[in-house]
Ligand binder design. Structure first.
Ligand code: ACO
Length: 421
């Protein structure tokens, strides 16, 4: 086993080198503090491996993303979301009978407990659907308390999350909820529950179903990002899968993470309303005092291009063409991208469009309202969160997550009661 040597205060400390299957290397600092009394400091964990994982591989420099060894481009071209979910969770592609059974269970578990539906009536109509999704996912174990059967709970969560999302939407617009059908697929059920009304039986369009399938696949996992790390962090205390994933949904909601897809669209709308002068916003983003960032640009890991953004940019053109939609926001997005990509500020900082840059325009074309965009991301990321939660819980070396800190507050002070001060 190769080791790394660190010299601290004149003492030599030896640490094992760990190598992954794709040649990524780390030195294992587990014994650093006991050997040296030092800890490492890495704000934002940009250079910290929190675990070893066999789920997703990313090479940010080369723009590679693979789920369980399969290229995202191949999965996006011809897989279906339930199949990719199975792959992420079970570490192998399902054969025909496994896939049929998986799909059947996903459909049969789509119903939400009737008593649970009462909750939806008591959220104010202005509630963000991400808040409702978080609350409902963390409430699921109250209705399905048999925690022992992990496989059933995984199916329940995948199947019911999309129903919760659709019911939250229906309640927010004051329409009656639509119950799932047992002869419909995951995607068709979701679309019907979102868009059918008592007056209009929703016709499932293949273009829309395929586009949604693609969007969910490209969001399905992304190794140790903010929300997935939150799921692992929460689950490391042996909190339930539902509690851990509910925490992950909260983390996803922020505009620097999953909330960026909603923020991108709002930014493009703001530019359009402001006369379409995208160059002004590029300049604004370069001005540190403005506090403005180009939403949908930049990524902690991808430093040349985000492979998911490439897939979605192409899909965006195709979907809009097939649906016969001309969206002025798409033109603004393309111009913004062109200007930013040739601007020194963005080039030097390696800031490229990320997955969220084009996803919002596609969601909009599919009729998904803006405040549901991040919920769509959460539905896509669900199998990834589940796979990570399960991997962590099955890992015998897992310990409760408990980082350390460097304290920079007051040193010891003597307390004096208020009447003596
Ligand atoms: N617009 C303008 N400047 C930016 C942007 C942006 N979108 N992103 C980064 N920068 C600048 C920073 O100001 C910083 O400049 P400096 O070195 O002069 O101080 C430099 O680029 C590095 O930025 P960091 O914030 O240190 O990069 P970090 O890796 O911490 O953040 C993040 C990555 C959060 C994605 C960031 O690029 C960002 O805020 N982007 C906009 C939000 C967004 O699109 N989020 C979605 C991410 S993808 C996802 O979660 C699915």
């Amino acid at each position: 086993m190769s080791t790394a040597k660190l010299i601290l205060d004149g003492n030599e400390c030896e640490m094992p080198i760990v190598e992954g299957t794709e040649g990524e290397r780390a030195f294992d600092i587990t014994s650093l503090r006991s050997q040296t009394k030092y800890i490492t400091l890495d704000p934002g964990f940009a250079n910290t491996g929190s675990c070893q994982s066999a789920i997703t591989f990313i090479d940010g420099e080369k723009g590679i993303l693979r789920y369980r060894g399969y290229d995202i481009e191949d999965l996006a071209a011809s897989a279906r979301f339930p199949e990719v979910s199975y792959l992420l969770i079970h570490n192998h592609l399902p054969d025909q009978s496994e896939l049929t059974e998986w799909r059947r269970k996903l459909t049969l578990n789509s119903l939400i407990h009737e008593s649970m539906l009462n909750f939806f009536d008591h959220f104010p109509p202005t509630s963000h659907p991400m808040s409702i999704l978080t609350a409902m996912v963390s409430a699921l174990p109250a209705f399905y308390p048999d925690m022992e059967d992990e496989d059933t709970n995984i199916i329940r969560l995948l199947a019911k999350a999309k129903s919760i999302a659709a019911v939250a939407y229906k309640k927010s617009i004051g329409e009656p909820i639509v119950y799932p059908r047992s002869d419909y697929s995951y995607m068709a059920n979701f679309l019907r529950m979102m868009f059918a009304t008592p007056a209009e039986p929703y016709e499932i369009s293949e273009v829309i179903e395929n586009a949604l399938n693609l969007l969910l696949i490209v969001h399905a996992d992304h190794e140790q990002n903010c929300s997935t790390s939150t799921v692992r962090m929460t689950g490391s205390s042996q909190a339930s899968m539902y509690a851990s994933i509910s925490a992950g949904i909260c983390a996803l909601s922020g505009p620097l993470h999953g909330g960026a897809n909603q923020a991108v669209l709002e930014m493009l709308e703001r530019i359009l309303e402001d006369g379409g002068d995208y160059k002004k916003y590029v300049e604004l983003a370069k001005d540190r005092d403005s506090g403005f960032r180009l939403m949908g640009f930049g990524h902690r890991v991808y430093k040349n291009f985000d492979p998911r953004a490439r897939i979605l940019k192409k899909a965006c053109d195709e979907v809009l063409k097939e649906l016969g939609i001309e969206d002025p926001l798409l033109d603004i997005a393309k111009n913004l991208e062109e200007v930013a990509l040739s601007d020194d500020f963005f080039v030097q900082r390696k800031l490229y469009p990320n997955v969220d840059f084009y996803s919002g325009i596609i969601y909009r074309a599919l009729g998904i309202p803006t405040n549901m965009f991040t919920v769509m991301f959460a539905l896509g990321r669900m199998p990834g969160w589940i796979a990570h939660w399960r991997e962590m819980r099955q890992d015998p070396t897992n310990r409760i997550y408990r980082p350390r800190q460097i304290y920079i507050g007051e040193t010891h002070r003597k307390f004096v009661p208020v009447w003596e001060r």
